[in-house]
Design a protein around this ligand. Structure first.
Ligand SMILES: Nc1nc2c(ncn2[C@@H]2O[C@H](COP(=O)(O)OP(=O)(O)OP(=O)(O)O)[C@@H](O)[C@H]2O)c(=O)[nH]1
Ligand SMILES: [Mg+2]
Ligand SMILES: [Mg+2]
Ligand SMILES: [Zn+2]
Length: 390
């Protein structure tokens, strides 16, 4: 995402096409309310969705705007308004004026309601990754105030999910395209959602560690770090994904339990950090992993089983691991893994992986086909282990 270029394009009066690939599979045009002109607003109305103004819900409520009684609706609508000095409130000029007055911080006394501009309350992109939230983050990182005019882009037939049309519309009008995923990634780099909650001694079978718990407003799960001093400039780091069956129940189906023990031993000897990440089943959760096991009992491999259940081969997101590292002041690591995706995930956030150190578990007749599938289909570097040369 080239922020300079995006800002320039906005200042030329061009809205950004913000694509939501994950939730709604739709695109909205986005423009800062503070600098909206009647011309740009009129251009945005071509998109033919519903023009709304996104605002932080907390702030809107503080200023006296309110929600209508509603059943739990996914879209967080507040009242509709017109600025008091408008005539009917519907023209591009008058809607632009209403939007600007909201961006100036005026409270509800200066508006009539119901009116012609819909207000949408944003609840924070960590809690909801919709257009409402992402548009505010996007504008903030471009140096604008957190008030966004947004409107869904419909094709000639009125369909909102036509990505081919969305891309051709952007191209035709020379509008930049950004995805909500890109915005979220940038937010994870800029804003901190994780901080240390408590730390305590943890003597264990493997050595004397410290255990750290976090307040985590990023994915709201209880991840922990197991730390052994000294850390040095680039400590040994292991990102361990939870595996109840392997870690706790000593299952033969995978190598997780023995990898965990080996990682803790290495860290006990040399110093380092093990992050115990609650990403059971490569992020699909325990129940789904058992479902995947059911399919594997019937002959599918670990990747095919995930796909059959409608998941990607790997659903893990390492942004929380990045923020935990940051909260511990670490920007360089020696990473214990055979999984190239973990290296890439950290590097994308700007963590320097100075060395990748293989970490093998035990191979047996039961987990061998699973490990082979990971090597062949997920690109894990397990050749030395499977050839017995590790
Ligand atoms: N969906 C799914 N998850 C599995 C399966 N077997 C193990 N897992 C999960 O896979 C995760 C461990 O990931 P692995 O791919 O073994 O290893 P990795 O952590 O990505 O890579 P390394 O760093 O090299 O160990 C844990 O969350 C396990 O619960 C399976 O058959 N299906
Ligand atoms: Mg939407
Ligand atoms: Mg593993
Ligand atoms: Zn496992």
């Amino acid at each position: 995402m080239d922020l300079e270029k995006l800002r320039k394009s906005i200042l030329e009066g061009k809205p950004i096409v913000l694509i939501d690939e994950d939730r709604e599979v739709e695109a909205d045009l986005v423009y800062p309310a503070e600098i909206i002109t009647p011309q740009t607003l009129n251009f945005m109305l071509q998109a033919r969705g519903m023009l709304c103004l996104a605002i932080d819900e907390e702030e809107a409520l503080r200023r006296g705007f309110f929600k209508l009684p509603s059943k739990d609706n996914e879209t967080n609508f507040l009242i509709t308004v017109d600025y008091k000095e408008t005539f009917t409130g519907i023209s591009a000029e008058e809607r632009a004026l209403t939007a600007k007055k909201i961006a100036e911080g005026l409270s509800i006394e200066h508006f009539r309601y119901p009116g012609h501009l819909h207000l949408l309350g944003a609840v924070g992109i960590n809690k909801r990754k919709g257009h409402t939230e992402a548009s505010l983050e996007l504008l903030e990182m471009l140096g604008f105030k957190r008030y966004a005019l947004i409107i869904e882009l419909l094709d000639e037939e009125g369909n909102s999910h036509n990505f081919e049309f969305i891309r051709s519309f952007a191209e035709k009008h020379n509008l930049p395209i950004v995805t909500i995923r890109e915005v979220w990634k940038e937010v994870v780099k800029r804003k901190s959602f994780v901080k240390i909650h408590a730390r305590a001694r943890l003597p264990s079978h493997h050595g004397n560690f410290e255990i750290i718990a976090f307040d985590n407003e990023l994915d709201f799960k209880d991840h922990i770090a197991i730390v052994k001093e000294p850390l040095g400039e680039a400590p040994l780091v292991r990102l361990h994904s939870e595996c109840l069956t392997g870690d706790t129940l000593a299952s033969f189906k995978c190598d997780c339990g023995s990898q965990l023990a080996n990682a803790l031993k290495m860290i006990a000897n040399e110093g380092g950090i093990l992050f115990y990440l609650r990403q059971e089943g490569r992020g699909i959760g325990l129940k789904n992993k058992i479902k995947a096991y059911e399919l594997q009992d019937k002959g599918l491999d670990t990747v095919e089983a995930n796909k059959k259940l409608g998941f990607r081969e790997d659903e893990r997101d390492f942004s929380v691991a990045y923020q935990m590292l940051k909260s511990l002041g670490i920007s360089k690591v020696k990473l214990l893994t055979n999984n190239p995706r973990k290296v890439r995930a950290l590097e994308e956030f700007g963590i320097e992986v100075v060395e990748v150190i293989p970490i093998f578990g035990e191979v047996n007749e039961i987990n061998k086909p699973y490990l082979e599938a990971k090597m062949l289909k997920l690109g894990h570097n397990l050749k030395p282990l499977l050839e017995g040369k590790e």
